[in-house]
Design a protein around this ligand. Structure first.
Ligand code: BG6
Length: 495
């Protein structure tokens, strides 16, 4: 982590859902990494709130263990306290107010409070409502801030997302709400903006004149595992598309913002989603493919069929794979399809944006034995093996004029030292500093659901699908290949 960055301002971080796995796996380790890098103020405290019956000592022991970064584990643990309580019980918030008073004096956190809602989605509105009503989230005239981070999933469709936005905005001001998407915490996702807007090379080519189409792939080799209950009610579309895939889509397709600031960036991202052509039921039938995995080998492991996952309906029609073709109706992208796909239990784990450029016009080599020039493809690998590769044609040495596609490959690991990261460090730090650039606005979230809603509607009307339709370890159903083949295109290799 960079050393030329100042520590975040003093604050108390209140984590609702402190006994859950998000806190343990990601939030505490991320706070540990920030502390290790000197990016937390000395005036910092944590309050963990959860239903679990646990003492502050036990919570501290957990913090110490989960902070990984041993050098700061004690530093973090001594600043941690635990409050047991139900999220819908007013008494919890009264006790929290008393604890905060004490802690703020003890640690000198200037009354700044960061509330993290690491709770089940049906508790978001209740917690925010209590924070608003009790005044715990009220910002005071002496300049102390109160912010609330809301985890995903943000709604399950357009109406529920709108309702949640209304409820949050009934209790908090928009500038206090930080709607998180952990994809925006990934270095390589943030780098998309730098790649596009800090290089004179790419932007002149980044449009319909030069780009044939763009593919966005988030392939996961893991199956649903222990998340059967959540996943069966959610499916690949809701779980991944309006959030993670649309973050990649908007960063790849947005216009250059007037400056690198929250309002300018988020406005441009929102405009992309507003410009996505609305799908009709006929479009959904033609341009959206869903799949569900059956049993099969992924690498050396045998994966059971999705329908045999614990807590999944044995006749479930929930999709574990989705591929879609979207069109963006604006001057930059008219006529350039965007193909998106994501799925579980696929042959490999890979998140990538592949920008395929139009072919050279052939004129010069028409009479040479070069029949097909490979496409120029700029592949931005988000994870794993983070990097950027450019594929272009070159002459194969020899007397005959033959060409072949070769790659220039930049790997992050070759240039930069790896720093331990859960992906939440930047997001936590930014929220403490009041920089909302990497968080979503209410409009952005709703615009994403507006694109997805016709698919949910069409699938509700026609739930029958022939599942399972791909074996674990494959690349999804064959219909996903057809989706591109129909346009004379192919998916970029997954690995
Ligand atoms: C989560 C989804 O939001 O993102 C999971 O709920 C998915 O189903 C995960 O596996 C993917 O995140 P990452 O960072 O592993 O690509």
């Amino acid at each position: 982590m960079q050393t030329d960055v100042p520590p975040a301002p003093p604050c108390t971080c209140v984590i609702f859902g402190a006994a859950g796995s998000l806190t343990k796996r990601l939030l505490i380790p991320a706070l540990g990494h920030l502390a290790e890098a000197g990016l937390l103020s000395d005036s910092f405290a944590i309050v963990g709130v959860a239903r679990a019956d646990m003492s502050t000592d036990a919570f501290r022991a957990g913090v110490r263990q989960d902070a990984h970064a041993t050098r700061v584990a004690d530093w973090l643990a001594e600043r941690a306290t635990y409050l047991q309580g139900n999220f819908d019980d007013a008494g919890t918030y009264a006790r929290l107010a008393a604890d905060l008073d004490q802690l703020e004096r003890r640690w000198g956190t200037c009354g700044n409070r960061l509330f993290y809602l690491a709770v089940p989605p049906d508790a978001f509105a209740a917690v925010a409502g209590h924070l608003g009503r009790t005044g715990l989230s009220r910002e005071s005239s002496d300049g102390c801030w109160r912010r609330v981070i809301v985890e995903k999933p943000f709604g399950t469709d357009l109406l529920s997302a709108q309702a949640l936005n209304r409820e949050l905005l009934g209790a908090l001001a928009e500038h206090q709400i930080y709607r998180i998407d952990h994809y925006l915490g990934k270095e390589t996702v943030q780098n998309l903006m730098v790649l596009r807007f800090a290089n004179g090379l790419f932007e002149p080519l980044w449009n319909r004149e030069h780009i044939d189409h763009i593919q966005i792939t988030v392939a996961e080799s893991a199956g649903v595992g222990t998340r059967g209950k959540f996943y069966d009610a959610t499916g690949a579309l809701r779980d991944m598309v309006p959030n993670h895939l649309f973050q990649l889509l908007t960063l790849a397709a947005m216009e250059p913002p007037t400056r690198f600031g929250a309002d300018a960036v988020r406005t441009e991202k929102g405009k992309v989603l507003d410009a996505v052509q609305r799908l009709t039921a006929a479009d959904v039938a033609r341009d959206v493919v869903r799949g569900q995995y059956g049993a099969g080998p992924v690498g050396s492991a045998d994966v059971e069929a999705y329908r045999r996952t614990p807590k999944v309906d044995p006749n479930s029609n929930t999709e574990t794979f989705v591929a879609l073709r979207l069109v963006i109706d604006n001057w930059r992208w008219a006529g350039v399809p965007f193909y998106l796909r994501t799925g579980k239990a696929l042959s490999a784990r890979k998140t990538e944006i592949a920008v395929q450029f139009k072919r050279a016009p052939f004129a010069m080599f028409r009479s040479s034995p070069i029949e097909r020039l490979a496409h120029n493809i700029l592949a931005v690998r988000i994870q794993p093996d983070e990097g950027i590769a450019l594929q272009f044609n070159t002459k194969v040495p020899g007397l005959r004029l033959r060409s072949d596609g070769v790659r220039m490959d930049f790997k992050y690991a070759d240039y930069f030292e790896a720093v331990p990261s859960t992906g939440y460090e930047t997001l936590l730090y930014d929220s403490m500093c009041g920089d909302a650039t990497l968080f979503q606005t209410a409009q952005e979230i709703e615009a994403g659901w507006r694109v997805v809603q016709p698919i949910l509607d069409a699938w509700r009307e026609a739930p029958g699908c022939d599942f399972p339709n791909y074996p674990a370890g494959a690349l999804g159903p064959s219909a996903a290949e057809t989706l591109l083949a129909r346009d004379g295109r192919r998916w970029h290799e997954v690995g």
